[in-house]
Ligand binder design. Structure first.
Ligand SMILES: Nc1ncnc2c1ncn2[C@@H]1O[C@H](COP(=O)(O)OP(=O)(O)OP(=O)(O)O)[C@@H](O)[C@H]1O
Length: 336
């Protein structure tokens, strides 16, 4: 497999009244073609900031200050306006947290599909647009007869599937999903992600998937990156990252997550709270909360190191060798 998108040493700052906050600090990872890459981590660790950076959607006070975002070898950060217009939607599209609310309430779904096709010169007539839109509705399991309905005539789950159909309208190579199903109940969430997984198998696009739900992530992703306070601290195969976490933070995240099946057990949270980035002084950002912290950890920040035996990267001086959290993983059905 080759990389569809490579993020190299990405830094994103927010310029605030109390100073510069580096919300994403020197983050590097790749998303392979036809694969799903998940980004996990506590609220505020920089996941959405990365998603926005990939599409160059940031506006002041946010600033991409360093790094490269190579899409099929070309740096998105150097695209001119026209290349960027093509890149958004046609190459990469994004489904936001509240995507279903971004449908225009006073236009039919048909009109909103036509708007997308016409803006990118993908259709030569309204009839052609209608045919294409019906096909897209079918692939997300919505009867084509609903095409002329207004958004309020759909349930929340259906609206989210309409948005996903729109995101796929121009056959993008990368679909970014930032908490795409948070507002929906768990059954509908799983159905929608199962659909995205099937479509990915059928059309061969890649997905950047952001969610707080680790079980969904393990189930649907190929690789998972764990973020902590603006840093990527571990990247590994989705099937092994919770079973054999190497970073103490990944271990803590796994332990604080309830299982779907099996015995009830007490959840062990991670002590303390995330770092205030405006007060960061150096060293490992997780040190104050870490059960493996040694003096070195507070001196120099560890960088991601590659561990060939498990094909993963970890930024830690004291990686955990063989902690097995098998119960958690066995309770999250991993798709083969
Ligand atoms: N407009 C802004 N101005 C200043 N700081 C911001 C702004 N937007 C985000 N931040 C800060 O950047 C950091 C990363 O935020 P981001 O939204 O990317 O995190 P996240 O991991 O996606 O969180 P969540 O899971 O809650 O969506 C946070 O510390 C946040 O406070």
């Amino acid at each position: 497999m080759s990389a569809l998108i490579q993020v190299k040493n990405l830094c994103v700052d927010y310029i605030t009244f109390s100073g510069k906050v580096r919300a994403v600090d020197n983050v590097s990872f790749s998303i392979e073609e036809n694969s799903i890459f998940g980004l996990a981590g506590e609220s505020g660790c920089g996941k959405s900031t990365i998603a926005y950076a990939l599409m160059r959607l940031h506006r002041p006070p946010a600033l991409i200050s360093e790094g490269e975002i190579l899409f099929q070898g070309e740096d998105v950060l150097h695209y001119d306006e026209e290349s960027l217009r093509q890149f958004r939607w046609a190459q990469t599209s994004m489904v936001f947290q509240s995507a279903m609310n971004c449908l225009n309430p006073v236009k039919t779904i048909e009109y909103q599909f036509y708007d997308i096709f016409a803006a990118h010169n993908r259709v030569s007539s309204r009839e052609e647009s209608i045919e294409k839109a019906k096909e897209l509705l079918r692939i997300v399991d919505i009867p084509e007869g609903r095409l002329f309905d207004y958004p309020h005539q759909f349930s929340g789950g259906m609206r989210q599937r309409v948005v996903i159909a729109m995101a796929l309208a121009l056959n993008p190579k990368l679909l970014i999903m930032d908490e795409p199903t948070t507002a929906l109940d768990v059954v509908v969430q799983r159905e929608i992600l199962q659909k995205v997984y099937e479509l990915k198998q059928q059309f061969g696009f890649s997905v950047l998937f952001i969610t707080h739900d680790l079980s969904l992530m393990v189930e649907f992703c190929d690789q998972i990156g764990i973020m902590y306070s603006g840093k990527l601290v571990e990247v590994a195969n989705a099937k092994t990252i919770l079973k054999q976490p190497q970073h103490p933070y990944t271990h803590g995240l796994g332990n604080s997550f309830p299982t779907l099946k099996g015995e009830l057990k007490e959840m062990i949270g991670i002590p303390g709270s995330p770092l205030d980035l405006t007060k960061y002084q150096g060293g490992c950002r997780f040190a104050d909360r870490c059960f493996k912290c040694v003096d070195d950890c507070r001196r120099v920040e560890p960088s991601l190191a590659y561990y060939p035996e498990r094909e993963g990267w970890v930024a830690c001086y004291q990686p955990i060798e063989a902690t097995v959290n098998a119960e958690l993983v066995s309770n999250c059905e991993v798709s083969e």
